[in-house]
Design a protein around this ligand. Structure first.
Ligand SMILES: [Zn+2]
Length: 313
C-alpha cells in the first residue's frame, strides 16, 4: 500500500535517493509518465542523479521492471523531466507536474530478425510489442512493460491523484507531441489514466459497442477523421468524457487507443462504486496489463436494431 507523507512516498519496495537535479517549489497539477530508454533501474537512477555538462535531467520517481520504486526528489520540488512542453495552455510542465520514469528500453529497431535497443541490447520477441504509436510513425517494435510495473504505475498515479488532487495523468508524448513518443504504445496509458482519475464517489463507466462495426474518431462528430480501424461489436470501452451525442472513450484492447464514438451505438455495461478510486475490488484483481491483453468478449446488453449498417458514424 503506497502512501505519501511530507511529499515522500512510503510503502513496500520504496527507497529514496536524492538527486541534485532539482529546481524550485512545485505545486503539482499533473503527473507525467515516461520511459527511461535505459538499460536498468540502477543505470537510470544513476544518470538522473548526475550533473552533466550537456544538461541535467531528473524525475521524482523511477519505477523498475520488478515494481521497485526509487524516489529522487520530494513531490513539492521541481524536477527536470518534461523539457519543452505544453498542455491545456500551460508551457513548461516541469513547473506543474510530477515526473515518473519507468525502466524500459523504449523504441527498438530491427537488425535482421532481431529487435535491438539504441544501446545495443537485443530483446526477445516475448519482451517486444509491435505496434503503431497513436501519433503515427508506422508499426515499430517497442520494449514491453511488465505487469507488475504497470500495476505499480497505476497505484502510483492513484495515490498521487488522490493526495494532490491532480487534474490529469499524461504521457510525455501528450505534452511534447512531435518531439517525444514515451511511454508509447506498449504502455496502456489510456486505461491507467481512466482508472487513476476516479475521484471521490465517481463511478467507472464501461461501455460496450452494440453496432456490428463502429467508427472511432478524433472528435465528437462524423466529420472528424477515424483514429483507428472500426471497433467490433462487443468491444469494451472506458468512458472518459460523455457529451450529448458523442463520448470520448478509451478502448480496452491491444493498444492504447482513445477517441470519440457516437452514443447511439454503445451501451453502458456496469457502474462500479468503490470509494476513492474507480476500481472495485474484483476489478483491482485484474492487472491493467491483463485487461489490456485479453478483452473479455461480452454480449451487448441491447439487441441490435433490425438492420445495422456495416460500419456506423
Ligand atoms: Zn520522457
Amino acid at each position: 500500500m503506497l502512501a505519501i507523507q511530507n511529499h515522500r512516498l512510503t510503502g513496500p519496495d520504496v527507497s529514496f535517493r536524492a538527486t541534485p537535479n532539482v529546481g524550485g517549489a512545485l505545486r503539482p497539477r499533473y503527473v507525467v509518465l515516461h520511459y527511461t530508454a535505459g538499460r536498468t533501474l540502477e543505470s537510470s537512477v544513476e544518470s538522473l542523479c548526475t550533473k552533466k555538462p550537456q544538461g541535467n535531467a531528473s524525475a521524482h520517481i523511477v519505477l523498475g521492471r520488478d515494481g521497485r520504486i526509487v524516489q529522487l526528489a520530494p513531490f513539492n520540488a521541481v524536477t527536470w523531466h518534461a523539457g519543452v512542453s505544453q498542455w491545456n495552455g500551460i508551457d513548461g510542465l516541469n513547473h506543474h507536474a510530477i515526473g515518473i520514469e519507468m525502466d524500459n528500453a523504449g523504441l527498438l529497431h530491427r537488425e535482421g530478425e532481431r529487435c535491438v535497443a539504441w544501446f545495443g541490447k537485443v530483446y526477445p520477441d516475448n519482451e517486444v510489442v509491435v505496434a503503431e504509436h497513436r501519433h503515427g510513425g508506422g508499426v515499430r517494435p517497442w520494449h514491453h512493460f511488465t505487469e507488475v510495473q504497470i500495476e505499480r504505475a497505476l497505484q502510483l498515479c492513484e495515490v498521487l491523484v488522490a493526495h494532490y488532487g491532480l487534474q490529469d495523468v499524461l504521457g510525455h508524448e501528450d505534452i511534447a507531441r512531435g518531439r517525444k513518443v514515451d511511454p508509447g504504445p506498449a504502455f496502456p496509458l489510456a486505461a491507467v489514466r481512466a482508472r487513476a482519475l476516479g475521484r471521490g464517489a465517481d463511478v467507472a463507466v464501461r461501455l460496450v459497442v452494440t453496432a456490428t462495426s463502429l467508427n472511432i474518431r478524433s472528435g465528437p462528430a462524423a466529420e472528424f477523421p477515424k483514429v483507428a480501424p472500426a471497433l467490433k461489436r462487443g468491444a469494451e470501452l472506458v468512458l472518459l468524457e460523455p457529451q450529448d451525442r458523442w463520448s470520448r472513450v478509451a478502448v480496452v484492447g491491444a493498444t492504447d487507443l482513445e477517441g470519440w464514438v457516437c452514443n447511439d451505438f454503445v451501451t453502458r455495461q456496469a457502474a462500479t462504486r468503490s470509494g476513492p478510486t474507480v476500481l472495485s475490488r474484483s476489478q483491482r484483481a485484474v492487472p491493467v496489463a491483463q485487461a489490456r491483453a485479453t478483452p473479455a468478449p461480452r454480449k451487448p446488453a441491447a439487441p441490435a436494431k433490425k438492420r445495422t449498417p456495416r460500419t456506423v458514424r
